[in-house]
Design a protein around this ligand. Structure first.
Ligand SMILES: Cc1cc2nc3c(=O)[nH]c(=O)nc-3n(C[C@H](O)[C@H](O)[C@H](O)COP(=O)(O)O)c2cc1C
Length: 179
């Protein structure tokens, strides 16, 4: 870890979010700007986002489409950001999903720079979310990112506290190389 940039080293996906923290408009703009400048195949920029704050109607509509077990912690995040990719000429869905992932990766690094944390979820009711948010027919929702400030892990239910404090693991570096 010693050579890793702190913005990468300090990023992680918490369950404990501060239920009193609000996401400032300037921070939202900065996060989206980071996503906007991500690279994409053919510079097609297929990513689309929809943001709901914790207490607003959009935030509630996003939350109800998450699995009940994730709602327990995601409801405390300052905001829930839906990321999707839009159909368009050129490329295919796989490439657009790859591009969206890069945009969200950019966004998470920018979040770390702002002292924010992001926990992505791909397990949610995709059809329900698209319907409840009245998403355009050409946009496929792929991810919901919970965004906020770090909260007190001891306020979590016991099973989530265990996951929150578990050692984070990664494959050993040599196993990444197919040599
Ligand atoms: C594309 C993607 C989908 C994910 N989906 C879920 C999910 O459905 N539920 C969940 O609790 N975490 C989800 N995560 C978070 C991962 O579990 C987490 O990133 C991984 O365990 C590594 O932990 P770290 O982010 O703290 O380094 C997802 C992360 C990514 C990037």
């Amino acid at each position: 870890m010693s050579d890793l940039h702190p913005l990468l080293a300090f990023r992680w996906s918490p369950h404990a979010f501060d239920p009193t923290a609000r996401l400032a408009d300037a921070d939202v703009a900065c996060l989206l700007e980071a996503a906007r400048w991500a690279p994409s195949a053919g510079n097609r920029q297929p990513w689309r986002f929809l943001l709901g704050h914790r207490d607003d109607e959009t935030g509630k509509r996003i939350l109800v489409n998450l699995p009940a077990e994730d709602q327990r912690w995601a409801r405390h995040a300052s905001a829930l950001l839906v990321g999707g990719h839009a159909d368009g000429p050129g490329g295919d869905a796989e490439r657009r999903a790859y591009d969206l992932g890069q945009a969200v990766a950019h966004l998470t690094v920018q979040a770390t720079a702002l002292g924010l944390y992001v926990h992505q979820l791909t397990r949610f009711d995709h059809h329900g979310l698209a319907a409840d948010l009245d998403l355009p027919a050409d946009v496929r929702p792929m991810v919901v990112a919970a965004v906020g400030r770090l909260g007190d892990p001891h306020a979590l239910p016991p099973d989530l506290l265990t996951r929150e404090t578990a050692l984070r693991r990664r494959r050993p570096l040599p196993t990444l190389l197919l040599a």
